[in-house]
Design a protein around this ligand. Structure first.
Ligand code: ADP
Length: 474
């Protein structure tokens, strides 16, 4: 199969050759037509000049022509391709080129006929035209001029035409060669990014995801192609890294509780431990925690791999926050805490996936409850300043809403060193591990992924021992 570069070169070259050929033929024809009409006009002018020159060779006193002068003039014009004969007023031949030098006349006639027929394909013949000569309103005779018709080129004119055609041919060849070079360069410039992209795609298919191609080309579509290949490699690399990290994280997170569970079960099977109700309940609790961990992982997997489908709907954010807080009524009562939701009297209309956003606030409030022993938890929703307005969208005018929901607690807080990591998957602060709170370190990762899928953010501010404030912006 022909390479893209050769294909482009072939197309460009054929096009350029055809264009140059056509242009050459058109210029040649046009110049030929112009030149032949110029030559035809020139024959008339020269004939007039012959007549007036012959009239000047008339001696009015003697009433005769100066024959030697007529002959000199006539022979000069024979060489130019004009066969001249002169008659006086009585019809007597004064001078005739044919009878003067028949050999010379025949040579000129044969030469012109051959040149016109062979070089220009014109098979005309010599035709005779008669011109009267006058002296002061008196007829003094006739000049007969025979020329090759409808026109003929003299030797110098034929030379001029040949030089012009040679010049056109040379210019055409130079132009074609130059165009060939340009088309090879152009075809190379156009095909190289495509070949590079194809090569990169082959490497990607073979598993080399580190491959990247330059996206600096002068052509928008080629830049787009290179960028797409790079983005594909990036996405695959990210996916591969994600998969490796997830597998490592899962193995790490599951190994400890499973080993623990296995040890406990074996101890009971071997009779080392009595299978008491409390020991079985502890094993059951561990299995329940592992099941929850697997469920969380599955949610996170969907969220982090961008396969999350949001079921957007319009709802009142304050109602969602109240419903989320209601989940913790019992837990809050048991710990003797106070949980308040402050969202103002008016509804806070929002568009989003109700269930997913519920999960965000459940995760954040659940942490606040988990890590607070005394004091209170306050959930506050407020419109961000300047967020109420209208925006001209494709479907008309719609309301533009931005909210900040803060969940503030008076709990154990998070140290400055650990704060930047709490949104990392499986990250748990030392304090939370010591408390055996049962967390898996996934809750905030899930909340962040959902918030980002809604175009929002989550930020945390905290001080160890003084409580934390989580702000969800949507
Ligand atoms: P977990 O399931 O362990 O709570 P998260 O991802 O929800 O996992 O939270 C990650 C870590 O961030 C927690 O282990 C905890 O150490 C810390 N954290 C989150 N919220 C709070 C909070 N309100 N107060 C103190 N620490 C918190």
């Amino acid at each position: 199969m022909m390479s893209l570069r050769n294909h482009l070169v072939l197309v460009y070259a054929s096009f350029i050759c055809a264009a140059v050929l056509l242009l050459g033929v058109v210029i040649n024809r046009f110049a030929g037509t112009l030149f032949s009409s110029f030559v035809a006009r020139n024959i008339t002018v020269v004939s007039g000049h012959i007549v007036s020159s012959m009239e000047e060779r008339y001696n009015p006193m003697a009433g005769v022509f100066d024959v030697p002068a007529v002959e000199a003039l006539g022979m000069y014009f024979v060489h130019e391709g004009y066969i001249v004969s002169v008659e006086d007023a009585e019809g007597e031949t004064v001078w005739d080129a044919r009878s003067c030098d028949m050999g010379q006349c025949s040579a000129v006639i044969a030469d012109i006929a051959r040149r016109m027929e062979r070089d220009y394909g014109l098979s005309g013949g010599f035709t005779r035209t008669q011109y009267p000569m006058r002296y002061r309103d008196r007829d003094i005779g006739l000049v007969n001029i025979e020329t090759y018709g409808p026109f003929f080129y003299s030797e110098s004119e034929a030379d001029f035409l040949r030089t012009l055609n040679r010049f056109l041919l040379c210019a055409g060849i130079v132009f074609v060669l130059l165009s060939m070079v340009v088309s090879v360069l152009l075809a190379t410039a156009l095909s190289r990014p495509i070949l590079n992209a194809a090569e990169a795609a082959k490497h990607i298919a073979e598993g080399d995801l580190s491959v990247r191609v330059s996206d600096r080309h002068g052509t928008a579509e080629l830049c787009e192609l290179s960028r797409s290949v790079n983005e594909l490699a990036c996405a695959l690399e990210k996916g591969e890294r994600w998969q490796k990290r997830l597998s490592a994280d899962i193995a790490h997170e599951l190994r400890t509780p499973l080993t623990c569970l296995q040890g406990n079960m074996e101890a009971m099977i071997d009779g080392v431990w009595e299978p008491t109700a409390s020991r079985l309940a502890s094993c059951h609790e561990e299995i329940r925690r592992l099941t929850k961990l697997v469920e969380d992982l599955s949610s996170l997997s969907i969220l982090e791999r961008d396969t999350l489908v949001l079921h957007r709907a319009e709802f009142d954010l304050s109602k969602l926050l109240t419903a989320a807080a209601d989940h913790f009524t019992q837990a809050v009562r048991e710990k003797g805490l106070e949980l308040r939701v402050e969202s103002g009297p008016s509804p806070l209309p929002v568009s989003g996936d109700y269930d997913r956003l519920m999960q965000v606030f459940i995760n954040v409030i659940s942490n606040a409850v988990k890590y607070t022993d005394v004091g209170s938890i306050t959930v506050r929703a407020e419109r961000l300043a300047g967020s109420v307005g209208t925006e001209q969208g494709a479907k008309g005018v719609r309301e533009d809403r931005h909210y900040a929901v803060t969940v503030a607690d008076t709990g154990i807080g998070i140290s400055a060193a650990e704060l930047p990591h709490i949104f990392d998957r499986f990250y748990r602060t030392d304090e939370s591990r010591n408390r055996l709170s049962g967390g898996s370190g996934i809750g905030l990762s899930i909340a962040l992924a959902i918030a980002e899928a809604h175009g929002g953010t989550i930020q945390a501010a905290s001080e160890a021992g003084k409580g934390s404030v989580f702000t969800v912006r949507m």
